[in-house]
Design a protein around this ligand. Structure first.
Ligand code: SAM
Length: 290
């Protein structure tokens, strides 16, 4: 008979994929704590981070670093231990493993080796953001981390211009203004929510159009903390642009071939109704990229 999780007895052999808090230490399930307490080994991204987390729950456990740079070396050890009857938990620094975090190959290989994989669900920033962004959630596309360079990022957004779903992505605080500006250029005037420091002391959701929020952060400078961006699907809010196949970005690129940065920004602002300030900043970036 299998030991019941939480009984304090040895766990059945398997890989336990355990979600941990994304900020608030109370956001861990009773089951997650029991599993972390009872497994033979914890595979984690960073032993110092996980050591601190375990300390907060008064858990002491052997840990093995598992991240993208040592995965191929560590996988056989972890899978071998499970095959020999052991139980191994996989955790990431925060949130749910595999969601923009290591673990996919390990889980895949565990199945290939006929091993048991057990989900111990809990927080994930993507779902937490969706729960309070106030955007449609019937369909959403999680896009992971945005590219860091403006050209790649604009193309990345443009590829989803017609996707009938809310778009969700992870972004660093220092790049938030730039990525919202590129999203506005590529997707048009859509509602969005910047969900910051979720479950932490300074949790905040800033809502507005992509342009408005980009303006805000361009003016205020980058905020602090961790961020998830949720963008509403295409809908009536962007009907102003319906019927036009030309993106603001393409218009700006064309205008820059014939005009100064200032005139191109003014011209595109007049044609599209977008804010001149943001277009000017984008025109400067495009000129610098040449
Ligand atoms: N596996 C994690 C999960 O399930 O959410 C995500 C890991 S990913 C490496 C880290 C990114 O998630 C951060 O850069 C940020 O974009 C987002 N994130 C994590 N915690 C967050 C929080 N408390 N508030 C807002 N965003 C957060």
């Amino acid at each position: 008979m299998m030991a019941e999780i939480g009984s304090g007895k040895k766990l059945p052999a398997g890989l336990y994929v355990v979600a941990t808090p994304i900020g608030n230490l109370s956001d861990i399930s009773a089951r997650a704590k029991e599993v972390l307490k009872n497994v033979d080994l914890i595979a984690c991204e960073d032993t110092r981070m996980t050591g601190k987390l375990l300390g907060a729950y008064l858990i002491k456990k052997a840990m093995l670093p598992y991240h993208e740079h040592n995965g191929s070396l560590q996988r056989p050890k972890i899978l071998g231990k499970i095959a020999a009857g052991g139980s191994v938990a996989l955790v990431s620094d925060a949130g749910t493993p595999l969601i923009s975090d290591p673990g996919y190959k390990l889980v895949d290989d565990a199945y290939d080796n006929g091993l048991r994989v057990v989900a111990i669900p809990g927080p994930s920033a993507v779902v937490t953001a969706l729960s309070i962004a106030g955007m449609p959630t019937d369909r959403f596309l999680f896009m992971g981390f945005a590219p860091t360079k403006t050209q790649a990022r604009t193309t990345w957004f443009e590829a989803e211009k017609n996707t009938a779903a809310s778009l969700v992505y992870y972004e660093s605080a220092k790049r938030i203004a730039g990525s919202l500006r590129d999203a506005a250029t590529a997707l048009g005037p859509r509602p969005a929510a910047v969900c910051r420091e979720l479950t932490k002391k300074f949790e905040e959701v800033v809502r507005g159009t992509l342009e408005e929020i980009a303006d805000r952060y361009e003016t205020s400078g980058p905020p602090k903390g961790e961020i998830v961006v949720v963008i509403a699907p295409p809908g009536k809010h962007d009907s102003e642009t319906a019927g036009s196949d030309i993106s603001t970005e393409a218009l700006l690129v064309a205008a820059l071939k014939h005009m100064t940065v200032k005139s191109a920004a003014a011209f595109v602002a007049e044609v599209t109704g977008e804010k001149r300030k943001g277009l000017y900043a984008r025109a400067l970036e495009l000129t610098a990229e040449k």
